[in-house]
Every structure is written in C-alpha cells, then in structure tokens.
Ligand binder design. Structure first.
Ligand SMILES: Cc1cc2nc3c(=O)[nH]c(=O)nc-3n(C[C@H](O)[C@H](O)[C@H](O)COP(=O)(O)O)c2cc1C
Length: 368
C-alpha cells in the first residue's frame, strides 16, 4: 500500500516537501485522541521479549528513530505512535540556524538511499528547550537529545556552543548525544580527533552534571563511518577512559561507492544514508564491540531496513538500533515490521533474551 502511494505521490514530490507533508500528517494524527489510539494499536504493538534496558533506561524495545527526522522535537508522540521505542531529536545547535540553501535532500531510489546536506536546520537550543519543557507526553517514550555545533561559531569556540546547548537541554534528555560526525557543517568532523574530542566530551559531561543534579544524564558520541579504523579504536578507547555511556555508529558517509543510481544526483554534496551504508556501518559497530565489549552501550544505525538488519546489529554488539532512511522508503509500517521480525528472530535463535544476543557474533569470532 505505502509503496504504491510512495511511487504515485511522494516520488514525484520534492523530498523535503514530502518530508514536511508526512510530518504534518503524523503530528495531526498524534494530536487526535481516537486516531492516535487506533494507529498506535496497529503500528506499535508491544512484545514482552523485546523489552530493553539500556543506558539505565527501560524501553519497550531496542529500535528507535535516528536523529535528523525530528530536529525541533515537534513530533515525539507521533513517532512513538508509529512504534519507535526511542526518538532522538536534533541535531540541535546552540543558536538557531536555517541550514543550507535548498535543494538539500535527494533520493536515490534505486539504492534505497538518500543524500542530504541539510546543515543542521533547526530552531536552536533555547526554542527546543522551551518546547520540551512545555511538552505534555501522550506516549511514554525515551527521548534522546542530539546536539551539534552552530555553523557560524568558529571551531576553536565549539566547546562553548555544545556546553550552551547542554545547559539548556540536558534536563529534558533521557540521554544526550554529542554529534561530531555530520559532513554538512564545515570542520565538524575534525572534532572526532581525540585531542579535540577529549576536552569537548569532558566539558559536556561537566555541564550536564552541573545542570541536572537529580540524575546522571547518559552521554553518547555519534561517529562517522568514514573514520579510519585506528581512529575508531581511538574514539572507543577515549569513550571508555572518560566513562562515556555509549557510542552511536554511524552517521552518513561522504563516500559514493557501489551505487546503482545513475545521473548527476549521486554527485550531490552531502551525506549518503540508507542501504549503501549498511555494510560499513555494521563493520564499524563490530570493530567497536570488539574493542569495548559490554563496557559501554553501542547504538547501531546506518542502512537498517528491516528486522534482519536490526538483528545483525544486535549480534554485532548493538544494544539499541536506529533507522531513518528506510522509514522514507518503507513508510509507517517500518517500525512494526522490525519489531515483529525481531521477536520472531529471537524466538528461533539460540538466545533466551535479546540481551544474550548482543555481540554474540563478535564474541564467537574472537574466541574462535
Ligand atoms: C535527511 C537527514 C538528516 C539527518 N540529520 C541528522 C542530524 O541532524 N543529526 C544526526 O546526528 N544525524 C542526522 N542524520 C543521520 C541519521 O541520523 C543516520 O545516522 C544516518 O542517516 C544513517 O541511518 P539510515 O541509513 O537509517 O538513514 C540525518 C540523516 C538524514 C537522511
């Protein structure tokens, strides 16, 4: 049904316009009590066996919405209604900014992929904090807050910008993510180098602790798939050393390898996401798990299209799994299909619980 609709309507629309149209429908449905109850019953069935504990939080399941879809925290209930077990809002920057000029989002339909150079278009930390403060949640869901650097802030002052966002947003975050991996803010990915990352993560940790005294807000870092293997190891070691709670792997890639789509669109500047990212994202996750094991929580994202992909991420070491691009291609039944398939996969697996399956592939290979 959705695929037919996608081919007849969305495919012919500008991708960003289609995004906002779908977004309006989701928000509208979530605001209408009868409709949202009906939709949630159909799309967000709960599976006892998928209940997940991660980052000190209890969730209905391991599968959530990756950052970038709901940058301004306007549709958390809507996304929970569609079955996402956690919703990562943002990236939010210290100051509001319009992002890059349009067109800045492109579909590579033959590859089930997207290229985006949105450039952190968002209302800024003050406005998003105010929205989160006045939020009256309908569905109980985990809310991650992903923060990044304001474009006009020089790299040398990046820490202050992240600290500002942390002070404003940490109180509303079930977990906080330091995003240093978007390819669309000049210089941002340089912050992944440990000499820049160490002071940044330390300052954000301190700011979160200073601002929120009643609990310890879990802190994660989100990394790019284009890091060299030694740099992945270095980030992993640093995360353990600093007592970070998790790593999200991965953001979009600037590489363009093995694409089926033809034409100029593949040369658009920006980050590539979706199916072509699957292999590298999984590889990064495996490498991280081999390095950190169960010391910190890993979140697997990049090309997760279905339950089998989610299962592979769990076997590779992910406690939580996220998706974005496949939601565009699979539509509202995406999360439901992942849950249903994951529950079935677990039942036929040798593992009694999802937690037992985490990293099983990597453990097997390292003990062999
Ligand atoms: C249009 C678009 C915007 C995105 N914006 C953000 C963002 O603001 N912050 C972020 O950390 N990741 C952002 N991402 C990256 C996703 O969160 C995710 O890491 C990446 O797309 C890989 O997952 P996927 O293959 O399931 O899409 C964005 C992705 C897309 C497609």
């Amino acid at each position: 049904m959705y695929k037919l609709f996608f081919n007849l309507v969305f495919k012919h629309m500008d991708p960003e316009k289609a995004h906002y149209l779908a977004f309006r429908w989701i928000r509208g449905a979530a605001r209408t009590p009868v409709l949202r109850t009906f939709v949630a019953a159909a799309l967000a069935p709960r599976y006892k066996e998928l209940r997940t504990e991660a980052l000190g939080l209890r969730m209905h399941g391991p599968f959530g919405l990756a950052a970038g879809f709901d940058k301004n925290a306007v549709a958390i209930d809507g996304m929970a209604m569609l079955g996402f077990d956690h919703v990562e809002i943002g990236t939010v920057t210290g100051e509001p900014q319009p992002g890059n000029p349009k067109k800045r989002l492109f579909r590579l339909v033959a590859d089930r992929a997207l290229i985006n150079r949105m450039g952190f278009n968002n209302e800024g930390s003050l406005a998003v904090a105010a929205r989160l403060a006045s939020r009256n949640p309908v569905f109980k869901t985990t809310v991650g807050v992903n923060i990044g650097k304001t474009k006009v802030v020089p790299e040398a002052e990046a820490v202050g910008d992240y600290v500002k966002s942390t002070e404003r947003l940490a109180a509303f975050a079930d977990y906080l993510v330091v995003n240093v991996s978007s390819p669309n803010t000049p210089g941002l990915r340089n912050l992944q180098a440990t000499q820049a990352l160490r002071p940044l993560l330390t300052a954000v940790r301190e700011a979160a602790d200073r601002t929120v005294r009643s609990r310890r807000v879990p802190l994660l870092v989100k990394i790019a798939p284009d890091l060299a293997d030694e740099d992945i190891d270095a980030v992993a070691d640093l995360a353990v050393e600093l007592g970070l709670d998790g790593i999200i792997a991965t953001n979009t890639t600037i590489k363009r390898e093995g694409l089926a789509t033809e034409g100029e669109v593949v040369n658009e500047t920006g980050g590539l996401s979706g199916a072509p990212l699957k292999e590298r994202s999984l590889e990064v996750l495996r490498r991280l798990y081999a390095r950190v094991g169960d010391k910190i929580t890993l979140v697997g994202v990049g090309g997760v299209e279905n339950a089998e992909d989610a299962w592979q991420r769990i076997l590779a070491g992910a406690t939580l799994v996220q998706g974005y691009s496949a939601f565009i291609y699979e539509g509202p039944f995406y999360a439901r299909a992942v849950h249903k398939g994951l529950a079935a996969r677990l039942r036929t697996s040798p593992y009694a619980t999802l937690a037992d399956a985490i990293g099983a592939d990597v453990k097997e290979n390292t003990s062999a």
